[in-house]
Design a protein around this ligand. Structure first.
Ligand SMILES: *Cc1c(COP(=O)(O)O)cnc(C)c1O
Length: 399
């Protein structure tokens, strides 16, 4: 029976949930069980990049549901081959491993980096260097990799072999590299950490350090990937090729899926039985993934994200950043942060009452993640609500 007499929910309380129950979604819009309508500028946290219930993807999902959902990875899975081929044809990667989430994709990247050094290079290296304010997931290895203490509290002992250094501090990074270092793992925009864009000259220096010391460069594209920042993957903005990068969130429009992508020379590090996942790359998941990736490419959604993102930033700078409460508008494409003087949690709640959904990125940063088909009219609507919300918030504070 449990202790339900004292509890209102049978769930573990791992989320502070808003008092809203969303029951339907289409494009940029969501409806709750009271019939209220919301403009969605968070997209399940960069997941529903094609909007809610995108037609082409939905059609493919329905078709596949009556064909085949799951077979073991012990068999040939043509959809999986096709999804991987689509990814390798459109990125610098040559090989793909499919899994079910961002954390699993990063876990696979960490395992591949260690295994490459230990089995192929025979160096025995194992350590992964990451950056403060990064976010890499919630498994024991990926939360250890994450450069934020709050996700580690109460989970000791943590696995060994991880080190974090301040972002953009090249001396600290150089000092952290040792004979045990296997890889450097970095996001192109530290999204959870406050929408902090990595500087181009810093990334260039990181890549040079990797080449000089024989380290693998792992780019975590779980949030930045799938067109969101104006390129299919955000590392393309920098003209560098990571050895490994990861994707999840937007990869299948909301169907749970993840991928770890790597260069061809890493193939030999994994052999049959060295890594796996029961649900990774099922016929159903990969059919949704194929439809998502094809739609992103056919509809030129990265270009659209770049264009609409520029319009969003321009509108924010004109109508929101004029308020002294706002310090800076930043980001790339449709991954935008508005850094404010003070905590913004109340503004998120006030926004929900006005029919606009968005999230924070750390205490003082408002994060906007509309879908990649978002229209100028929808952007105008969101910006006008945001301007009012911030105006009201600062007026209340003064009173
Ligand atoms: C969300 C996120 C993850 C974790 O993804 P899950 O699917 O929740 O495991 C990892 N890295 C980054 C950059 C993310 O934004």
């Amino acid at each position: 029976m449990g202790d339900q007499a004292q509890q209102t929910s049978s769930l573990f309380p791992t989320y502070a949930r808003y008092p809203i129950s969303l029951v339907k979604g289409k494009g940029s819009w969501l409806w709750d069980d009271q019939g209220n309508k919301y403009l969605d500028f968070m997209c399940g946290l960069a997941v529903t990049n094609l909007g809610h219930a995108p037609e082409k993807v939905s059609a493919k999902l329905k078709e596949q549901i009556d064909e085949l959902w799951h077979v073991s990875n012990l068999f040939q899975i043509p959809n999986q081959e096709k999804a991987a081929a689509l990814l390798t044809a459109n990125t610098c990667a040559d090989a793909v491993f499919f899994c079910n989430s961002g954390a699993e994709a990063n876990e696979a990247a960490i395992k591949l980096a260690r295994r490459y050094h230990q089995k192929v290079k025979k160096t025995g290296r194992f350590e992964i260097i990451t950056f403060y304010q990064s976010f890499h997931g919630r498994t024991l290895a990926t939360l250890t990799a994450t450069g934020q203490d709050k996700v580690k509290e109460g989970f000791l002992p943590l696995p060994t072999g991880f080190k974090s250094v301040p972002l953009h501090d090249l001396d600290a990074l150089k000092a952290a590299i040792s004979k045990d270092t296997a890889a450097i793992m970095i996001e192109m925009i530290l999204a959870e950490g406050g929408v902090l864009t990595v500087q181009a000259d810093f990334l260039k220096a990181v890549k040079e350090l990797c080449d000089e010391h024989g380290l693998l460069l792992i780019v975590d594209e779980v949030q930045t990937g799938m067109g969101r920042t104006g390129k299919l993957f955000a590392h393309e903005h920098y003209g560098i090729e990571p050895d490994i990068f990861t994707a999840a969130k937007g990869i299948a429009s909301g169907f749970p899926a993840g991928a770890m992508l790597g260069k061809g020379y890493l193939r030999e590090a994994f052999s049959a039985g060295s890594h796996g996942s029961t649900f990774g790359g099922t016929p159903l998941a990969t059919s949704v993934m194929i439809a998502t990736i094809e739609t992103i490419l056919e509809d030129k959604l990265p270009e659209r994200a770049a264009e609409m993102g520029a319009y969003l930033v321009q509108q924010l700078n004109e109508k929101v950043a004029t308020n002294p409460f706002v310090i800076e508008v930043r980001g790339k494409g449709l991954l935008i942060g508005i850094e404010c003087q003070d905590a913004v949690g109340d503004i998120v709640s006030a926004g929900q009452k006005r029919g606009l959904l968005f999230v924070t990125a750390g205490p003082n940063v408002i994060r906007l993640l509309p879908n990649l088909y978002v229209s100028k009219e929808e952007i105008d609507q969101a910006v006008s609500i945001l301007a009012e919300l911030i105006h009201e918030h600062t007026a209340v504070k003064k009173a």
